[in-house]
Design a protein around this ligand. Sequence first.
Ligand code: FES
Length: 369
Amino acid sequence: MSNELWHDVGDAAELAQQPLQQLLVGRTKVALSCVDGQFGVINGACNHVGGPLGQGTLEGAFVVCPWHNWKFHRISGEGEPGFEADRVPRFDFKVEAGRLLVRDTPATTRNRLPHDKHPLDRDIRRLSGPLRVVGISTTVMDNAYPRYSTSEALLQSALEHAGAKHALEYRMLKLRDVPFRACKGYYSKSAHACTWPCSISQMDPKDGMHAVYENLVFWADVILVATPIRWGAASSLFYKMAERLNTVQNQITLRNRVMLRDKVVGLIITGGQDNIQAVAGQMMQFFAELGMQFPQFPYIAHSRGWTAEDMERNVEVVRHSGQLHDGARSLLDRCLDLASRLQASAAPAFERAGRKASGLERRAPAATD
Ligand code: FES
């Protein structure tokens, strides 16, 4: 074998000090491991979406990808037990005169097992038919012993109005009924580690965010989001959902792919104490970043103010306020009005070049930690 085929990657004794590291062999990133003095060299790009295996961890004889934890045998490159055929290439190596030499062409080829396509991994096209409305209630409560939620009651009024007045199909999605996992912060490892469909959805078919993605991205034209005010902010479930929607926003950052087009959002915000404008501002900022549209006067809200600690009275006020429930119905009317106009017109395509020229180029959201 000619020497030109071998790359000198360094002093073998020094390289043996680190259990796992990423190295370059020519222009190829490899994951070099060493356990009990025995080296292993496999290609550094994970089969899933290219995570840097050399920056992962070792679990027994397996390299664990740092992005979403796929595992590959550190010497053979084969996938974890059960997925052996899902293989990354391995490289031959040898130690000569104290130097570690790695052959520049892999000894095996990459083999990607055909994984079933995730149901969310499909063309985003509006289903034909009349406008559709989904309400997302973010309030938290014990379903075994339910209580009256002012934000959810107003949302219910708006949704029933969609059916009764407009004869439209509507759905109520209560986040507490679809338990879902918290975002794992893959984005903080790399923008490319935050995938569509969300990696958590790919790994856990039971994860409840599937319902949110399905309704928000594929089904609904109008999305009404209801939240209580908790400590001057939106509900914790709203933020939990928002973090999991990073996958939608990140598609714009990474691929210029706007997944939510001509979608209109209206907000319902209620609380025993004030901070309505701060909550509305933050929620609007979030939905704007996803590419959603707002009707004129995009939220309704109710609070009896800072000193209103008598929550039972707050509940009674909302329960019996025709004005507030009418307000929720009017919010829906405004959302539908905008949604029907958007559907009637051809929405302009999102053009990166155009946005650059106008100084509106998307920025990546700040890393979370
Ligand atoms: S597990 Fe490696 S990139 Fe997702």
